[in-house]
Structure formats: C-alpha cells, structure tokens
Design a protein. Sequence first.
Length: 333
Amino acid sequence: MRRTTAVAALGLGILAGAPAAAAAEIKPAVVFDIGGKFDKSFNEGVSAGLERFKAETGISYAEFEPSNETQFEQAHRRFAQRGQDPIIGVGFDHAHPIETAAGAFPNTRFILIDGVVKLPNVQSVVFREHEGSFLVGMLAALVSRTGTVGFIGGMDIPLIRKFACGYRQGVKYANPQAQIIENMTGSTPAAWNDPARGAELAKGQFDRGVDVVYAAAGGTGIGVLQAAKDRGKLAIGVDSNQNHLHPGTMLTSMVKRVDLVAYDSLKAARDGSWHGGLLELGLKEGGVDWALDADNQALITPAMKARADQAKADIIAGKIVVHDYMEANNCSY
C-alpha cells in the first residue's frame, strides 16, 4: 500500500482565472515530455492518471510522444486545430510552447504540469518538491552506514537543483555530519533519457563511499536504480512510486502526484468546474510525499517512520521551513 495520501481532489476546479465552461463532453490530449510515457517516472505518472480517467468515464484521449523539444509547440497547435480540449503539456519545457499555442487558441484550455504560464486559458500546476525531497533525505541519512549519500539529477536546471537542495536539507537535519555527493547528468534534454550515463554516475558515487543514492533524472534514473541493485546499495526513486522496480534495494520513492493532477484536471473540465490559474502542491495538499509499501517496508524501521512522520507534520505546521532553491537560486545547506 502506498503511503501517500489518497487525495480525492486537489482543488484543480476552484482556481481563479477564466470562467468555468459548461459541463460537456471533452476531447482531451496530452503532449508528453522527452523520454516517453513509459519512462517509469514523471510521464508514466501522468499516463496513469489519464488511464484512470478513461477507465471511469469512457472518454479517450489523444497523445503525442515527442522525440525532441522542437516538436512541443507544433504538437500543441495541431491538437488545438483538431478541436482537442483540454490539452496537457508534461514538463516545464512546455511553458513557452503552451504560451504561444494558448495565445493563438484562446478558447482552448491548456494544462501545464511543472511550469507557469499566465494566461486565462492555462492551468499551471507546480509542486513543492523540496518538501518531499527533505523527507527522503532524512531517511537516507538515517539508514546510511557510511555517512555518505548521493544525489543524481537529470538536466542541470533550477528545478532539479530544487530537489537536490531539499534532499540535502533533510540529510543534514537527520545527520549534520553526513556528506552528500551530487552529480547532474547533462545540460540538454537528452539528460532525461540516458540510463547508461545514470548507471555510470551512480557507480562513481558508490566508489566514493555512497551507500544510498537519490535519482531525480527521469528515464536516466532507471540506470541509477539498476546500478544500486547490482552493487547492493540503496536507491530512492522519484515522481512515480518506483519501489516495485527493485524490491529490497529501493529505500523509498519521492512521489509527485502528477497522476491526480491529470485525472482531476480532466474531471474538472468535464464537470464544468475547470479554471485557469496557478496551483502549488506540497505535503499539506498531498501533492508530494514518500512511498511506503510491501516492497520497501522491511527497510523502514518504526523509528525511521516515526521520524519522517514527525518531520512531515512539522513541515505542514510551519515548524520546519524547507528552503526552496528556486526562490534565490542557491542552497547553502
């Protein structure tokens, strides 16, 4: 059983912005991020939410899996021209393409996951990933025997630095003497889909004493998780619950409920309660969390769970403030 809160609705239908459309049949579409919908991570989480909506309503959706970022805008425009509505863009790289397409098609609704576009027909959903990363950082520090833990990011951008900074704070909160080794996979979108490079970076960290590694790298992270299994180290997954990939060496996963975002956004569009605007989801809203299930419960002691539960409650209550890297583009922890 996944430990994340089962949120029935994340408030996607009560945002300020464009007026709600009347309840009607919809023709949804999605443009995935680089790496494909079966990346076992971010894209696949969105796909799961879409499939749930389809199963419950019988409403199909159109989809496009781009091979490079230059195809994003064209895909959004083509879907809009075909009358698809609403259209979901998966990932921050869709911000400019959606801004352009939404401006050209003001009567079409767009949903941007992980980015912000300030137009009335765009719903922008972002997450407080640093809060969830803080919790898995605590768990990494609590279980580490060497006192050295690792982080491997995908593309070197502020969003991934946000994950790393939250993780670093959680590690230091649990063990101020702990060491953190960080690597980013690359500086282009190709960094999201390079499992071989992820495995190589992980092995290099293991050679330097890392015994727990957190991968926030999309499809590249699959290589990190595999390398951890091969070397008998522990790994932490991201976005989707990845515990099932390697039971016994997956300490946990930092989950972003993009599945619920996709599901609730389409449900609101169908029910006539959809609005444009900005929504930010963290621990309080059930938008991020850490995963505990049958695949990793043997690795999480009652004491570790209690520490994580208390930290989560303290973050929600404001007793622990997790620094957001993107507020100042720095992490001094």
